[in-house]
Design a protein around this ligand. Structure first.
Ligand code: TRP
Length: 329
């Protein structure tokens, strides 16, 4: 009788130990899922597309969210202090194995927080002038990724074909955005080479956009917009103000044409994300190291035309351009 009792107790202890061993093992396995921490600067259609592309790029390269990898996503809502706190969280709390920064201010916030954990750049206009890498070909540190440098020359060629009477262009951007400064300089140079007078309009914040566009419409023949997050986020305001005087807008990406720009030669935003996701997967698997992986740039863009907007503005787009373009009706 006593012996039996003892036996039962021993059995119970053994069962308990075995059980707890398995539970523990399961838990450590769960904790061990490699973590990709994504920090997006703000929500606007282009960056949202890029994030979708990143998820696809990771999946296409063997990493399924929740299966053999986990994505932790944060959106900084264009707030510098949020970006800093979220970077800390992704690194210290979430223990990300690879970080992805979508847009320049997000990538900069991550870079300020770690110089060890690999950071993949998601659509950064110019990684060098943003202080993120030493050299596009040989990044050197813990950072590599994708640049969305616009085909500015092709964009102004298209603008001049569609709007041949233009004499003066106004460039609209936010003075807070490092990434825009780089592209504005380039756009200025290219536009002048093509015989246009150029005036730049830098807004201190999104509060001044409507009023600035009103001034622009009385001074310039068309408005050019670089890949500026502040402007992309307020595209509706820009379009509704410009439409009042039928001033055409040539933005630098497809999503801004969809939002009411007239036309552009743009890099597909989703594809930018897919490439970013692929590079993150390669670093996660150990196939590539940031320091020796060149920044990826897209060589060409696609022509995209907003037909409805063209009609609104009374502009007829030449057939030879239309036949090579994606038309938004
Ligand atoms: N290139 C921008 C940056 O470095 C981010 C960006 C990507 C963007 N696609 C865009 C901004 C489209 C405006 C519109 O911050």
């Amino acid at each position: 009788m006593r012996k039996n009792r003892l036996f039962a107790v021993v059995v119970m202890i053994v069962v308990f130990l075995i059980g707890s061993f398995f539970i523990e093992k399961k838990e450590t396995a769960k904790q061990k899922l490699p973590t990709v921490g994504v920090l997006q600067f703000v929500s606007h259609p282009a960056l949202d597309q890029i994030y979708k592309g990143i998820q696809t790029g990771l999946k296409e390269n063997g990493y399924k969210d929740g299966e053999n990898m986990q994505i932790v996503f944060q959106n900084g809502q264009a707030d510098q202090s949020k970006l800093a706190t979220m970077s800390q969280q992704l690194i210290q709390e979430k223990k990300s194995d690879v970080l992805i920064g979508i847009a320049t201010p997000a990538a900069q916030a991550l870079a300020n927080t770690t110089s060890e954990i690999p950071i993949i750049l998601g659509a950064i206009t110019d990684p060098v002038s943003a202080g993120l890498v030493a050299d596009d070909q040989k990044p050197g540190g813990n950072i590599t990724g994708v640049s969305d440098k616009s085909p500015v020359d092709a964009q102004f060629d298209l603008a001049m074909e569609i709007l041949p009477k233009s004499k003066k262009v106004g460039i609209l951007y936010a003075s807070s955005e490092e990434n825009s400064k780089y592209q504005v300089e380039e756009a200025k140079k290219v536009a002048e080479e093509k015989g246009l007078a150029v005036k730049t309009f830098a807004v201190p914040s999104s509060n001044e956009i409507a009023q600035t566009v009103q001034v622009m419409t009385s001074e310039v023949d068309f408005i050019y917009i670089p890949t500026d997050n502040t402007i992309a986020n307020a595209m509706q305001t820009v379009v509704s103000e410009a439409n009042k005087t039928k001033t055409p807008i040539i933005p630098s990406v497809d999503t801004m044409v969809e939002q009411g720009g007239l036309a552009t030669v743009g890099i597909n935003q989703f594809e930018l994300g897919v490439q970013t996701g692929k590079m993150a997967a390669d670093v996660l698997s150990g196939k590539a190291k940031p320091e020796t992986t060149p920044i990826y740039t897209f060589k060409t863009g696609d022509i995209i035309i907003n037909q409805k907007q063209a009609e609104k503005l009374g502009i007829s787009i030449p057939e030879n351009i239309k036949s090579n373009a994606t038309i938004i009706e």
